[in-house]
Design a protein around this ligand. Structure first.
Ligand SMILES: O=P(O)(O)OC[C@@H](O)[C@@H](O)c1c[nH]c2ccccc12
Length: 406
């Protein structure tokens, strides 16, 4: 596959070899100073000490600053071009979510992207909630990185206890109960449904889910839109909950995977509506290296087709809710599992997770017949005053470990 090579560390020379369908071909090299679509690891600030400058003559200063401003501008142009090429690749894969608010071409830029720019109306406001969250994440991650540099996280990850087998737990629960394995979501609120539970105690809910027979738990860590937090993930893990934990985040940067692992996650979510094929492949490699499972989420046939073309995916989630329009339709799971896609999934023995909008035993039976071996459920069980009983209500049967199911 040809495309943009994800950057492993800031300050390095980044080989750029991009072939986009609109015939732009660029082979060159760019020195990356700041995050490019989140895939450069950190931001570096010029480390020259101001006192060094003070002892230089004014004349030298002036010359230098003129030279460096043109170098800076060249750099900005290169960075901008890289962003544009990345956008081109995303568009060619049918990705509508723009990863950052589009920036204007830097001063002095003349090149193939200029015409396109003039078309853009309202370019700097997000076109839907997923795009808004994605733009916000980019800023949030930059701030969080400054507080928790990757090098420190890597050390924390080295000393972390081993991850639990997320996929194995789902397969076992499916065998044990005859129902799809349950990923029960610890979810306080969402942009589409507002507050789901007022007196929200994440540890209590997690423990009730485990008693009720959940195979795995999903913990929302986004604060701004879902009122979640990494502290919930940590608290649930340290309370001794045994179910493997999915960190439910909007991942736009490899740093977030290290962070999730350091906070006790066993799996992370990767959303195909936001990430290019190459980014998914790269993030999967990182997950593998850290012993994490990845749940790769799709919402339409195009995304399903893309994901089936990427090596090494074990878990695919079909979201019945569009993150762009909030529309929920559980027949989406059935639609995406029909025909050639369904055949490939069975052939590869992938686990499909039916996600969102599941409320009744009939809903569970419907997605199970469609071919899922796992389900991801939040609202219908978190809202119950007793989430343990909520699980029995959802399946129409007590699926807890204590209960003999056969
Ligand atoms: O509360 P519900 O309708 O049962 O949905 C749970 C889960 O599928 C949903 O929260 C979800 C699925 N994919 C996401 C991606 C981001 C945030 C949230 C989600």
């Amino acid at each position: 596959m040809e495309g943009l090579v994800p950057v492993k560390s800031a300050g390095q020379r980044l080989p750029v070899r991009v072939v986009s369908p609109s015939l732009y071909r660029c082979i060159g090299s760019v020195s990356i100073r700041r995050s490019v679509s989140g895939f450069a690891m950190d931001r570096r600030i010029d480390s020259r000490s101001p006192s060094l400058f003070a002892i230089r003559s004014q004349q030298t200063d002036l010359k230098e600053s003129l030279a460096s401003s043109s170098v800076e501008n060249d750099l900005r142009i290169k960075e901008w071009e890289v962003e544009m090429y990345q956008n081109e690749i995303a568009i060619s894969q049918g990705i509508r979510i723009r990863r950052k608010p589009p920036s204007k071409a830097p001063l002095g830029y003349s090149g193939p992207f200029e015409l396109r720019l003039h078309d853009e109306q309202d370019a700097d406001s997000p076109s839907n909630i997923l795009e808004e969250i994605t733009w916000y994440k980019d800023e949030e991650v930059s701030r969080m990185k400054e507080l928790n540099p990757l090098e420190a996280l890597k050390k924390a990850v080295e000393n972390a206890p081993p991850t639990r087998d997320f996929v194995g737990a789902l397969r076992m629960a499916h065998q044990r109960t005859g129902f799809p394995g349950l990923i029960a979501e610890v979810k306080k609120a969402s942009p589409s449904r507002g507050i789901l539970k007022e007196n929200f105690d994440p540890v209590e809910i997690a423990q009730a889910y485990e008693r009720g027979g959940a195979a795995c738990l999903s913990v929302l860590t986004d604060q701004k839109y879902f009122k979640g937090g990494f502290e919930n993930l940590e608290a649930i893990r340290s309370a001794g909950v045994k179910c493997p934990l999915l960190c439910k985040e909007f991942v736009v940067d490899p740093w977030q995977i290290y962070y999730a692992r350091a906070k006790g996650a066993d799996a992370v979510l990767l959303i195909a509506a936001v990430l290019t094929d190459l980014e998914i492949a790269y993030l999967l490699e990182i997950c593998k290296k850290l012993g994490l499972s990845a749940l790769v989420e799709v919402h339409d046939e195009r995304e399903m087709g893309r994901v089936l073309g990427i090596e090494g995916i074990e878990l695919v989630g079909i979201n019945n809710r569009s993150l762009e329009t909030f529309k929920v339709d559980i027949s989406n799971t059935k639609k995406l599992l029909e025909g050639e896609h369904g055949r490939q999934i069975r052939e590869k023995d992938m686990i499909v997770v039916g996600e969102s909008g599941l409320f009744t035993p009939d809903d569970i039976a419907y997605v199970q017949t469609a071919g899922v071996k796992a389900v991801l459920v939040g609202e219908s069980i978190v809202k119950q005053s007793d989430p343990e009983k909520g699980i029995a209500g959802l399946f129409g049967k007590n699926i807890s470990h204590k209960n003999r199911l056969t």
